[in-house]
Design a protein around this ligand. Structure first.
Ligand SMILES: *Cc1c(COP(=O)(O)O)cnc(C)c1O
Length: 492
């Protein structure tokens, strides 16, 4: 008999179908019961060893056994981001509908480089919807990516080629072209430095402009830096603005940056990895105004779009520039007028990857299932929750809200009843509080440093959180803070 990885007969299919149905049922039950369990739990040593030291499975174990190992050793030990009280870093929950769509996409296994097929139309449709929602014009180009890092990199590459003044693709960056300069703020996410290194411009070509007291790029200093660089014979090509910085959720002055880029003939790229999604909320949109003037805009759907990893998006206003930055030709990829390759490989021509999966399906199904209004409603709820948490913190004498809440990121610390403690002591105290809150499975906030002070950082991109979850977080931080102070009465 010929070999295959499919079941070989009706009985085999029936067996697989039964396991598959059980997987679905058990995953739904898991998601339904998430709230009852810990947010995070440490992995027992035995489990860790089992996952690390296994020999290559040359012989079949069967899907039952493989699934059993998943349920026992893998599923329970995630970072906890599915849970209602996960507020760490910026990690979305995923949705049940998104999960189903990913399953369908994997079943269909559509090679979405382009081609004459439905998945390509679905992605084009999703990109057009996203451009409309982000206020960008009809005809805007785009691409779904593995995340914000690659979406941002693609935007930067298009901008570099559009403004370099020579054919970067043909010539590469030669010694003389070390004169190119890109500007961002000191708060810009580290995709920026990584991308500058990757495209060979180097970090020396990146100018990080200081921020104001609210962590927004100082446009006056940017203006001065551009003028000084021009006077020194350098060539400014691109400004990167942030909508929602990862540290504090700050948004740069989009109108001012867009105006400056127009005046100076610079590429305006916006990193809105999570923050751009707040553009969907009517009441919040005015704060982001000007974002839609970006030449390229990068954002994630797997953060504040709530969808399962991975899916990010880059939108590029000038479709011709987008394609000219990446299109290639090869004899084995020639498009015909008819048949499956008619239309060519438009997505391969807009980015780095040739073979690409059908990420668009989860966006398409999520939008159709829930309606964008409902998704925007949950984003709005997160914005309200951030303000609610800020109110709780301000009302509590032992807690300090470290910064007004600009979006969905809240930074605070426990200061205790005595306000004498040094920053050094408070840093150690808050670090210990965060670890205990996490280890006890209560909640998962993360931390950041704000001017040398350790902040407990709560980033709310969670469609499962309720008000009571923030009440519990605040109570727990205070209880644990007091507990630690009680253990070391000499502290402070
Ligand atoms: C998360 C994030 C990124 C990177 O996006 P990934 O999806 O993790 O690749 C870039 N910028 C900001 C502001 C982010 O929060």
């Amino acid at each position: 008999m010929d070999k295959t990885l499919d079941p070989v007969d009706a009985a085999g299919w029936a067996e697989l179908r039964a396991v598959g149905h059980r997987m679905l049922d058990e995953m739904f039950a898991h998601l339904e019961g998430l709230r009852e369990g810990p947010v995070w739990q440490a992995m027992p040593a035995g489990v860790r060893e089992g996952l690390s030291g296994e020999r290559v499975p040359m012989e079949p174990q069967g899907v039952e056994a493989a699934y059993g190992d998943f349920v026992r050793a893998v599923l329970p030990y995630s970072v906890g981001n599915r849970h209602a009280r996960f507020f760490g870093w910026v990690q979305g929950n995923g949705t049940p509908v998104g999960m189903l769509a990913d399953m369908l996409a994997a079943g269909m296994n559509a090679h979405t480089a382009g081609f004459n097929q439905a998945s390509t139309l679905v992605e084009e449709q999703v990109l057009a919807w996203l451009a409309e929602l982000m206020g960008m014009p009809v005809g805007t180009s785009g691409l779904l990516t593995g995340g914000g890092s690659v979406a941002n990199l693609i935007g930067l590459v298009v901008g570099q080629q559009a403004k370099a003044g020579f054919d970067v693709r043909e010539l590469g960056l030669r010694d003389g072209d070390a004169a190119l300069r890109v500007y961002c703020s000191t708060e810009t996410h580290n995709w920026m430095r990584k991308s500058m290194e990757l495209i060979g411009m180097g970090r020396a070509s990146l100018v990080a402009i200081p921020v104001d007291a609210e962590y927004r790029l100082r446009v006056d200093l940017l203006r001065e830096a551009i003028a000084a660089d021009r006077a020194a014979g350098l060539r400014p090509i691109c400004v990167v603005g942030s909508v929602g910085t990862v540290n504090t959720g700050a948004t740069d002055d989009m109108e001012a940056l867009a105006d400056l880029c127009a005046e100076e003939d610079l590429w305006f790229h916006v990193d809105g990895a999570f923050g751009a999604m707040a553009y969907l909320v009517d009441e919040f949109r005015p704060k982001l105004k000007g974002m839609e003037r970006a030449d390229s805009l990068a954002f994630d759907l797997h953060k504040w779009g709530y969808l399962p990893f991975e899916v990010g998006c880059v939108l590029v206003r000038d479709a011709a520039l987008h394609t000219s930055a990446f299109a290639t030709s090869a004899s084995y990829l020639i498009a015909f007028e008819r048949g499956p390759i008619a239309g060519g490989l438009p997505f391969a021509d807009r980015g780095i990857e040739l073979t690409r999966g059908f990420k668009a399906l989860k966006v398409w199904m999520s939008f159709k299932t829930h309606g964008v209004k409902a998704i925007a409603g949950v984003i709005e709820q997160n914005l309200v929750q951030a303000q609610y948490l800020a109110c709780l913190l301000e009302a509590h004498a032992e807690l300090e809200l470290m910064l007004p809440v600009a979006m969905n990121v809240v930074c605070f610390r426990f200061v205790g009843a005595r306000s004498l403690a040094s920053d050094g002591a408070l840093n150690a105290l808050n670090r210990e509080i965060v670890m205990r809150v996490q280890e006890r499975g209560i909640a998962v906030p993360s931390t950041t440093m704000l001017q040398g002070r350790m902040a407990i950082r709560v980033a709310i991109v969670n469609h499962r959180s309720r008000r009571e979850d923030f009440d519990l977080l605040v109570e727990s931080v205070v209880d644990i803070g007091r507990e630690i102070l009680g253990e070391t009465p000499a502290r402070g």
